[in-house]
Write a protein that binds this ligand. Structure first.
Ligand code: RFL
Ligand code: PHB
Length: 367
């Protein structure tokens, strides 16, 4: 269920293992391919793309980064990711990953149905849906709930789930603009007016985010650029803004991630605030584990426990990065604690190394 990164990658992994699957997606193809979201791929996600034979365009067009910058008190400090860990990250838009996976699915002529509706799931192994005006019933050995945070799979088994959740009192206002990035590497900036992030999609496209009220309406372009200049303490490159939106921030985990024959993966089971760039990568980690467990009942029974061990580590990292970098409250004690944490992170090699290992990503686990 779901034709996002988790569902599509699981479909590809199953194809390579010779296991039949049907992918059902509620939206149309255009929408799924245009949806602007993540941009940072961990090394393990890149390795997975290579493993499934789809790394070519990612290597040709993706930008490999060997460091990131933390900026506070008007000064930038580089965390040398590759020097500290031997690994790197790649900037390659989530929608490019999705395009590559959809293209491969279609080239293999395997079922991927867009615009399905009236979807209902029986965790014993039955899925009902409507497609092209006709109703269908699918009997499956296993249902993978990869239908994101607003999907139908998790609510279907709500009675057996424990929910762990935290909402943050702020959101991110994100823009995509036609101009060269203002720096070669990503900049995470802590400022008394709020957090800001400078990212990119290519040498010609800039991606920037500002901490804002969770229910803010996107500001005028001029106001966004002026605020970015203030928070980064420099004049950033400006250009025509062609995408703008506000994302609320939350941490969310359900346990267990499986009930009967229904297995949850990706955003359907957990959400992180985007500060650590972990959502897409964690979705990929889940399906790598799930795909390798299929056909082995003991491994499937251990799915929740093994997936959640990694999920909680990622939850901690994303919460920690979020708490260290945002304006959390007006409490001066909290601000001093944050500044101390930032100074320690950029001056202690041990602490910088801990950040770097989590940022480039923990290895994926397989059964
Ligand atoms: P998705 O991508 O939400 O896909 C779920 C799919 O299921 C479909 N669906 C249904 N299909 C059939 N029947 C139903 N009833 C259905 N209900 C829903 C949906 O239409 C959709 O196509 O979940 P998935 O596959 O688990 O992937 C998760 C990632 O998309 C998500 O974690 C990341 O985008 C999070 N994220 C980031 N992650 C990173 O790893 N690195 C980043 O740099 C990063 N930046 C971000 C982000 C998310 C953001 N937003 C907007 C939430 C930046 C932002 C701004
Ligand atoms: C992005 O480029 O969209 C991006 C980069 C780093 C993050 C989150 C989002 O932590």
């Amino acid at each position: 269920m779901g034709g996002g990164p988790a569902g599509l990658m699981l479909g590809r992994l199953l194809e390579l293992r010779g296991i039949d699957s049907v992918i059902l997606e509620a939206r149309d193809r255009e929408y799924v391919q245009q949806r602007v979201r993540a941009g940072v791929l961990e090394q393990a996600t890149m390795d997975l793309m290579d493993e499934v034979g789809l790394g070519e365009r990612m290597h040709a067009e993706g930008l490999v980064h060997e460091g990131v910058e933390l900026r506070f008190d008007g000064e930038g400090h580089r965390i040398a990711l590759t020097e500290l860990t031997g690994r790197a990250i790649t900037i390659y838009g989530q929608q490019e990953v999705v395009k590559d996976l959809i293209e491969a699915r279609e080239a293999s002529d395997l079922p991927l149905h867009f615009e399905v509706s009236d979807v209902s799931v029986d965790p014993a192994g039955t899925v009902r849906y409507t497609h092209d005006g006709e109703s269908h019933i699918l009997e499956a050995d296993l249902i993978a709930g990869c239908d994101g945070f607003h999907g139908v799979c998790r609510p279907t088994i709500a009675d057996v789930l424990t929910v762990y959740e935290r909402e943050y009192p702020f959101g991110w206002m994100g823009i995509l603009a036609e101009c060269a990035p203002s720096s070669e590497e990503l900049i995470y900036a802590h400022h008394e007016r709020g957090f800001a992030l400078a990212s990119m999609r290519s040498h010609e496209i800039t991606r920037m985010y500002l901490q804002c009220a969770p229910d803010a309406q996107p500001w005028e372009d001029e106001a966004i650029w002026d605020e970015l200049d203030r928070r980064f303490g420099m004049s950033v490159n400006r250009g025509p803004v062609f995408e703008k939106g506000v994302t609320p921030m939350r941490s969310f985990v359900v346990e267990p991630m499986q009930h009967e024959r229904l297995f949850l993966a990706g955003d359907a089971a957990h959400i992180v605030p985007p500060t650590g760039a972990k959502g897409l990568n964690t979705a990929m980690a889940d399906v790598a584990l799930l795909a390798s467990s299929i056909g082995d009942e003991a491994a499937l029974n251990a799915y929740t426990e093994r997936a959640l061990e990694r999920v909680w580590r990622v939850q901690h990292f994303s919460w920690w990065m979020t708490s260290m970098l945002h304006r959390m409250s007006d409490d001066p004690f909290e601000t001093q604690i944050q500044r101390s944490q930032l100074r320690y992170t950029v001056t202690s090699e041990a602490q910088a190394t801990a950040l770097a290992f989590s940022y480039v990503g923990l290895p994926f686990i397989t059964a």
